[in-house]
Design a protein around this ligand. Structure first.
Ligand code: GAP
Length: 543
């Protein structure tokens, strides 16, 4: 994973220096180099979910009440990982740049916001209900196919939820078996399936398509279902008090465009960045934290001058920077891709949108989007509020409503991609090792401090002093129990990039410690007073 080791110097990071300048070690605590296996990409989501639970990264929300679909809690390691991801993003896109400033707007805006932005009328997914089981499905994720025999007769329909092609055929075959049995035609040959979204089904077809939940034709026709969560604000509980939990952080940025412009001394082009919670009443929350009902977004609205020849260059630059950021925090390059939205997938107001995709265990899916949104939002809010949101260019003496480029990335979705990127197995000394190869910048625990023995007071107190010094800067772990190899393994499993061992030589000879690298298991011996600067270089990218 060479790319993990290099980040861009123009954003305040430098190449990690590896172990140059410090002595490599072979001692009682060293291990044989790991046999590097190709990192697995064939693990299942079940494995990832169970790993996250076992290691205290992510738990189902309200688990003692059997959970709550679409909501998750982040445990001790998960909340550190999340914080580090957000800090890295903020450092890369806000504090390292002079042309982007931050914002933290309220989650609940004046409800007029969502009318103007189009979310009240248009932020919906088509859904179908199963009248018998009361289960609800997204119509664009439910597929039906006629079941046709070799004489070209339609014997009935199969209806399955979106999945891999193989799984969909498998699920449909199961239904066909039951169908043929009820028709007294068991074993009859049928033609290959031709799946279509139930969105495209006619009313006549819908009357015959079986619900995947009841096995009977109990599905309603598709209806628009608004994804915004409603709440009531104030003591009254009528329509006038209806408000919405924001489904994206972006609108808070548009509402504050003038406030930020007049207080930050920025000139176009410039951006406003925001990290915060967003809520969507997803019909089918799925794939763990990939699509949940409460999640966090990291968004920038980068305001630019109008003009068909202006936005393409800015759009390209934001795509390049987004990719670079993702690589800088350890996303596996071989699992990343691009999806350029064609006309039919493009929102009516957008000039362009390109997704950066990631090959999750359940398939290649959108990780983030980079859109050229024109001036749709500022125009809508100008009309809705009656307040001018235009910009006066001092140089050209032109007045215009700025256009914008919008890179939008989900924190939770990125965490899932990072966990998938980091999950690895190899062998050390013939023993299987399971590890999380988190980049040091985002690793939940940066350093584990290990006194070689726990019953030698002088040694333990030196180790403790070092631990106290390090944890002022980084999240560190104290581990004094068990054989040293076992302790290394525990640190590897939770993705801790560095283990520091304080041994007898430390207190009797050289006042130095050994620092072990998680991925290579290589060790270097470093004088105590150089430990902080060594780790700073490795973790933060600067000394
Ligand atoms: N302001 C633009 C916007 O919100 P979006 O494509 O709907 O665009 C942007 O969302 C990003 O937010 C997605 O690429 C994804 O990373 C994240 N996201 C969206 N819906 C999500 C959900 N239900 N659960 C987790 N992340 C989600």
């Amino acid at each position: 994973m060479l790319l993990c080791f290099f980040t861009r110097s123009s954003f305040g990071f430098v190449a990690r220096s590896g172990t140059k300048g410090w002595r490599s070690l072979a001692s009682a605590t060293t291990e044989t180099a790991p046999t590097v296996k190709e990192l697995p990409v064939n693990y299942s989501m079940e494995e990832i979910v169970s790993l996250c639970k076992r290691r205290g990264i992510i738990f189902p929300s309200s688990e003692i009440y059997n959970g709550y679909a679409g909501f998750y809690d982040y445990g001790p390691l998960g909340c550190e990982l999340k914080k580090n991801v957000k800090d890295a993003w903020w450092r890369f896109f806000v504090t390292s740049r002079e042309d982007v400033v931050g914002l933290d707007s309220s989650i609940i805006h004046n409800p007029a916001t969502w009318k103007s932005s189009g979310h009240v009328d248009g932020f919906s997914d088509p859904m179908v209900d199963c009248k018998e089981t009361k289960l609800r499905f997204r119509a664009d994720q439910l597929f039906f196919s006629p079941v046709i025999n070799e004489q070209n007769e339609i014997l009935g329909y199969a209806c399955v939820q979106e999945n891999t092609d193989e799984q969909m055929v498998k699920d449909a075959k199961k239904q066909v078996k039951d169908l043929l049995k009820t028709l007294d035609k068991a074993g009859e040959a049928i033609q290959a399936f031709s799946f279509k979204e139930v969105n495209e089904a006619t009313e006549e077809e819908m009357k015959q398509i079986p619900s995947p939940a009841s096995g009977k034709p109990t599905l309603t026709m598709p209806r628009a279902f608004n994804l915004m969560f409603q709440t009531q604000v104030g003591a009254l509980s009528d329509e006038s008090s209806t408000a919405y939990l924001r489904p994206e952080t972006a609108q808070g940025i548009f509402l504050n465009f003038k406030n930020v412009l007049t207080t930050s001394r920025q000139k176009i082009p410039f951006g406003i960045a925001q990290i915060g919670k967003a809520f969507r009443n997803e019909i089918t929350p799925r794939n763990f934290i990939f699509r949940s009902r409460e999640f966090e977004q990291m968004e920038v609205e980068y305001f630019i001058p109008p003009g068909d020849d202006v936005w393409p260059e800015f759009h390209q630059k934001w795509m390049d920077d987004s990719r670079e950021f993702l690589l800088s925090i350890g996303l596996r390059e071989d699992l990343m891709g691009w999806d350029v939205h064609k006309g039919d997938k493009l929102a009516h107001y957008a000039q362009a949108c390109t997704d950066i995709t990631f090959k999750f265990p359940f398939g290649e899916q959108e990780l983030m989007g980079i859109a050229a949104r024109g001036n749709y939002d500022l125009t809508q809010h100008t009309e809705g509020s009656g307040k001018s949101l235009d910009y006066f260019d001092e140089q050209t003496k032109e007045k215009y409503i700025p256009h914008c480029i919008e890179p939008s990335l989900g924190v939770d979705r990125l965490m899932l991609a990072l966990i998938c990127s980091a999950y690895a197995e190899d062998e050390v000394g013939g023993e299987k090792r399971s590890l999380l190869k988190f980049d040091p910048k985002v690793a939940p625990i940066k350093v584990a401090v290990l006194p070689l023995v726990k019953n030698k007071e002088a040694l333990v107190s030196v180790a403790r002093e070092l631990f106290d010094k390090l944890r002022v800067r980084w999240n560190c772990q104290w581990d004094a129990t068990g054989a040293i190899g076992r302790r290394y393994r525990r640190a590897d499993e939770v993705g801790t990039p560095f283990c520091i061992t304080v041994d007898f030589d430390t207190i009797e000879k050289d006042n130095s410690v050994t620092i072990r690298d998680r991925d290579t298991t290589e060790q270097v011996r470093i004088p105590m007073d150089e430990v902080v600067s060594y780790l700073s270089k490795q973790i933060d990218g600067y000394a």
